[in-house]
Design a protein. Structure first.
Lengths: 424, 225
């Protein structure tokens, strides 16, 4: 009997192929949506963590109130001792120093006269120091468009849009003009050894990257830094854990009376990320709920229509002598089979597309030409354990529930009524 | 009455209609013996199909008693009614009602699957039935590839394959031309004689009436002759 029913199921496209296709499409969209939204949010957090916020960040209280100004005179002093303390107190965390600064970059011609100049945001990161840990963290190898990563002091990287604007190429000289930690003028000649594309418009429009030690020297920041970034051992942001660490640190080191005392901020406390994360979380929750709900109704409807259009066949089977219970059970078995195949195909296809979007990403840089926000321009999906079943469960159950509801008609209708529907 | 296989006593069938009730059948008293080739004859709307459905346990009487093969139809549970139909009653419909995605062989095989008959017995029974009806060359065809006459022959084979005691045929020739109608009726008459299967028709078709050995005239829900 099972073989007989399977034959019918396979041969009747209205009962098998079309429902499986519909379920697959619905499940695919649900899976893709979840992976895409998770990927965007995760990328945004990860991007901010790697470039600006860390999972936690130690700065002075004064610096925290004027963070956008990147004022080097509000930097943390005695950074070597503080870093040692951090490594002792929180040994599982990875602590790195960074200096962010602003200034002017001047490009001289062959005779030393200014050829072009423009404002820049400078990043003093670990290229030659700390085993070049920021090279990987800021994805510099992949970001290189020309030249090489600095191998000695006095070499810098420049963002591609800025290089284009200033009309410079690898090997050209550049002079940085700014102010030191003590307010005096800072001026230093560098050689541009590489052009990079960060994938975020805010940086690509005007950034230079130099080694942390070079930045300390130029800005006269001996044993000082703008920020100490902390990264959780898992590499993934965990707000609860980060808050715990920050509270612990602040209770021991931060003094509200001293504006130069250190203060630890979590990722969510920076760049308005907390409200954005909460907002994004809610929006994502709503989108996914609405999407799954809508898909469930569609799939349920498919189960319902599938059941209703078979009243004739059911009438015949009842007339021939199959019991109502047996007919109902077989309808449910069929829907389980259809739901399983549809959900399985949908999940596989959805995972396939998600994987493509995870590895290749979607470059939206052309749509973000004028943005100054620190957001990435290549968006990627992210496959998580949830991706494997978020579409599967509604795909399977809504089909079964739809069929089960349609099948209730078998019980409610008199056999003779089904029989009459068969005749029609 | 020793070989009576259908006995109907003071049977009434009513359907709800608006706030009242519509009486489809009233005061029906009948007895049909084993091996009869009988027709319930009457105009459209006289209650023929309703009567056939009640005899076949597809419906239940509102009042009175209908006993088919010793079972009181009104007292049967759904499961027992299904069992009765499955084992002992074959149905033939006006519109054939073959399952379109299955072959002729599979359509005829279907009632035997419900009886959980073994594969070898099933095969023999299906091939026998198809041979009686002259359909051996159509075994692999689907209903959509057959003519109306051939479809109805498949429907007869499906009804006969389990060798039921009763075959209920509701306007079996309504969609057939004269030649096909006669062929089908000849076959059913032959099966009635050879297998002693009781045939009960509902019809107003003269072609059918001429083959009947007994007519039960029905008018406005009452037996009039």
């Amino acid at each position: 009997m099972i073989k007989f029913l399977l034959k019918g199921l396979i041969r009747d496209r209205h009962r098998s192929l079309f429902p499986i296709l519909s379920i697959s499409i619905g499940v695919t969209l649900t899976v893709l949506m979840q992976a895409w939204v998770t990927g965007i949010l995760g990328d945004m957090i990860d991007f901010n963590a790697r470039f600006t916020t860390g999972h936690t960040k130690v700065i002075t209280r004064a610096y925290s109130e004027n963070m956008q100004q990147m004022a080097s005179d509000l930097a943390i002093v005695g950074v070597d001792e503080l870093t040692d303390d951090l490594e002792k107190e929180f040994p599982n965390m990875n602590w790195i120093n960074r200096i962010r600064f602003g200034g002017l970059i001047d490009i001289p011609d062959e005779s030393g006269i200014t050829k072009s100049q423009g404002p820049v945001v400078g990043w003093g990161i670990n290229i030659l120091t700390d085993n070049g840990s920021d090279i990987e963290r800021m994805n510099l190898q992949k970001a290189m468009r020309a030249g090489k990563i600095p191998t000695k002091s006095g070499e810098i990287l420049m963002s591609d849009e800025l290089a284009e604007k200033l009309n410079v190429k690898v090997g050209d000289d550049a002079t940085f003009l700014g102010s030191t930690m003590f307010g005096s003028m800072a001026m230093q000649n560098f050689v541009i050894v590489g052009i990079v594309h960060f994938g975020t418009t805010a940086l690509d429009k005007g950034a230079i990257i130099i080694d942390f030690k070079d930045a300390q020297e130029v800005l006269n920041m001996e044993n000082a830094t703008s920020e100490i970034l902390g990264y959780l051992p898992s590499g993934k942001y965990n707000n609860e854990l980060a808050s715990e660490i920050a509270n612990d640190f602040n209770s021991k080191y931060s003094n509200s009376e001293d504006e130069f005392s250190p203060k630890m901020l979590t990722l969510s406390e920076q760049n308005d990320l907390k409200s954005m994360l909460e907002y994004m979380d809610s929006i994502i929750g709503i989108i996914i709920f609405v999407f799954i709900f809508a898909m469930s109704i569609v799939l349920w409807n498919i189960g319902l229509i599938g059941g209703l259009r078979r009243y004739g066949e059911i009438g015949l089977r009842l007339a021939i002598g199959e019991s109502k219970g047996a007919v109902y059970r077989k309808m449910i078995y069929e829907s389980v089979l259809i739901g399983l195949f549809g959900s399985l195909f949908g999940t596989i296809i959805g995972l396939g597309f998600s994987y493509l979007l995870q590895t290749k990403g979607l470059d939206l840089s052309s749509m973000m030409q004028n943005t100054s926000m620190m957001i990435q321009s290549v968006y990627r999906a992210k496959i998580t354990p949830l991706t494997f079943y978020i579409g599967f469960i509604p795909g399977l159950f809504s089909t079964i529930i739809g069929t089960a509801l349609a099948g209730i008609g078998i019980y409610k209708r008199q056999t003779a009524q089904l029989f009459r529907e068969l005749e029609n | 009455m020793a070989n009576s296989i259908i006995t109907i006593t003071n049977m009434k069938k009513q359907y709800p209609e608006g706030k009242g009730k519509f009486t489809a059948l009233d005061d029906i008293n009948l007895s049909i013996n084993s091996g009869e080739f009988t027709g319930i004859v009457g105009p459209s709307g006289s209650g023929k199909t309703t009567l056939l459905n009640i005899i076949g346990s597809l419906d239940v009487p509102t009042e009175g008693e209908v006993i088919t093969l010793g079972e009181s139809i009104g007292k049967l549970t759904h499961r027992k009614a299904a069992k009765l139909r499955n084992k002992n009653i074959g149905f033939i419909f006006q519109t054939y009602n073959l399952l379109p995605v299955y072959s002729v062989y599979e359509n005829v095989e279907f009632p035997l699957l419900l009886l959980k008959m073994s594969a070898s017995k099933r095969k023999k029974a299906v091939l026998d039935a198809l041979e009686w009806l002259g359909l051996t060359d159509k075994i692999k065809s689907r209903p959509g590839q057959l003519s109306g006459g051939e479809c109805q022959r498949v429907a007869v084979a499906r009804a006969m394959v389990k060798l039921p005691e009763i075959v209920l045929a509701d306007e079996p020739t309504a969609n057939l031309d004269a030649e096909n109608a006669h062929n089908i009726l000849k076959m059913m008459s032959k099966l009635n004689k050879e297998l002693n299967t009781t045939f009960l028709f509902s019809t107003h078709d003269e072609k059918v009436i001429q083959y009947l050995t007994r007519q039960i005239l029905l008018k406005d829900g009452k037996v009039v002759g």
